[in-house]
Design a protein around this ligand. Structure first.
Ligand code: FAD
Length: 277
C-alpha cells in the first residue's frame, strides 16, 4: 500500500485505483493523464508488459465516465533495446488508443532520445492517430522543433526540461531556461491552431500563457504534476482546460523519492508527515 505521504504524488498502485483518481479529478473539471511508472526497461518482456498494461488501460478508459488519456516514456516501451522495439511497442499502444477513442502523450527523456521520439510521434500523427509529445524548453534545438510541429497534426506539451543536459546543447541557468520557455510558448501560440499544453507550475509562465491566449486566441490547456500546486490547478480549471499528470503503479517509491529530493518544500512536507504534524 502507498503510504499517505507518497499518495499526494501518485494516483494509486493499480489501474483501477488510477481510474478512480481520474474520476475524482473529473468531478473538479480536471482530466487525468495516466502514466504507469517505469522506465529504461532492458528486458523485452518488461517493455511488452508495460505496453500491454497501457493497451488494457486505454480499453478501461473508454468509458464515458472517465476523462483520461495516457502518457508513456519511450524507454519504458523499449527504446534502450533499440528504436525498432520502441516503434513496434508504441505503435501497438497508439492502435489501442485509436480503437478506444483515446489519446497518447509521449514524454521526452534525455536529449539522446529526442529525434527518435519526435520521428515516431510525427509518423503516428500523420497516420491519423491522436498523439502528443513533450518538448523541453531547456534544449537549444527546441525552437526548431516547435516550428517543425506547427505543421504536424499532433499536440505539444511545453516543459522546462527535467534532465541535466550539457551546456553545448542546453540552457543550463534558470533565467535562460525561463526566457527560452517564454519564447517557445509565444512562438507556439503564434503559429499553432491549437494543441498546446502548458506543462509548468511556474506562475510567471502560467500568466504568460494566459496573455498569449488573450492576444492570439489559440486554444490551449494547462498540465500540472499530481501533488504540485493543486489548489492553483483547480482554480485554473474554472476558466481553462486543465489536466493533471498522474503516475501510478507499484514502482512509486523511486518517483516519490525524486519529487521529494528536487524540492526543499517537498522534503519538509515529507518530514512533517512522518512526524505527524
Ligand atoms: P519551476 O521553476 O521548477 O517551478 C515553479 C514552481 O512550481 C516552484 O516554485 C514550485 O512552487 C512549484 N513546483 C515545481 N515543481 C515542484 C515540485 N516537484 N514539487 C513542489 N512544487 C513544485 N520534463 C521532461 O523533461 N520530460 C517530460 O516528459 C516532462 N513531462 C512533464 C509533464 C507535466 C504535466 C509537467 C507539469 C512537467 C513535466 N516535466 C517533464 C517536468 C518539467 O520539465 C519540469 O522539470 C517541472 O515541471 C518543473 O518546472 P516548472 O515549469 O514547474 O518550473
Amino acid at each position: 500500500m502507498i503510504p499517505p505521504i507518497a499518495n499526494r504524488f501518485v494516483g494509486g498502485e493499480t489501474a483501477p485505483e488510477a481510474i478512480e483518481t481520474a474520476r475524482s479529478l473529473q468531478s473538479r473539471d480536471v482530466g487525468a493523464i495516466l502514466n504507469l511508472l517505469g522506465e529504461h526497461h532492458t528486458a523485452p518482456d518488461d517493455a511488452a508488459g508495460d505496453r500491454d498494461a497501457y493497451r488494457d488501460l486505454l480499453a478501461d478508459l473508454d468509458d464515458p465516465g472517465v476523462r483520461g488519456c495516457v502518457s508513456v516514456k519511450p524507454s519504458q516501451l523499449g527504446l534502450d533495446l533499440g528504436a525498432d522495439t520502441f516503434r513496434e511497442n508504441a505503435s501497438l499502444v497508439v492502435d489501442a488508443a485509436s480503437d478506444h477513442d483515446g489519446f497518447v502523450w509521449f514524454d521526452m527523456e534525455d536529449h539522446e532520445t529526442t529525434d527518435v521520439t519526435l520521428d515516431a510521434v510525427e509518423s503516428f500523427a500523420r497516420d491519423g492517430h491522436d498523439v502528443g509529445v513533450c518538448l523541453q524548453a531547456n534544449l537549444r534545438r527546441t525552437a526548431a522543433d516547435v516550428e517543425r510541429f506547427a505543421d504536424v497534426p499532433a499536440k505539444i506539451r511545453l516543459v522546462k526540461g527535467a534532465y541535466d543536459e550539457p551546456e553545448e546543447i542546453a540552457y543550463t541557468n534558470t533565467s535562460a531556461v525561463n526566457d527560452a520557455y517564454r519564447d517557445r510558448l509565444t512562438e507556439a501560440f503564434q503559429s499553432y491552431d491549437g494543441g498546446i499544453a502548458v506543462g509548468s507550475h511556474d506562475e510567471a509562465m502560467i500568466e504568460h500563457a494566459i496573455e498569449c491566449h488573450d492576444e492570439y486566441g489559440t486554444p490551449f490547456e494547462f498540465q500540472f504534476l499530481a501533488g504540485v500546486r493543486e489548489d492553483r490547478l483547480f482554480e485554473l480549471a474554472e476558466t481553462y482546460e486543465c489536466w493533471q499528470y498522474v503516475p501510478y503503479g507499484d514502482r512509486w517509491l523511486s518517483y516519490f523519492y525524486r519529487r521529494v529530493m528536487e524540492r526543499k518544500e517537498n522534503a519538509l512536507f515529507a518530514l512533517r508527515a512522518i512526524l505527524g504534524r
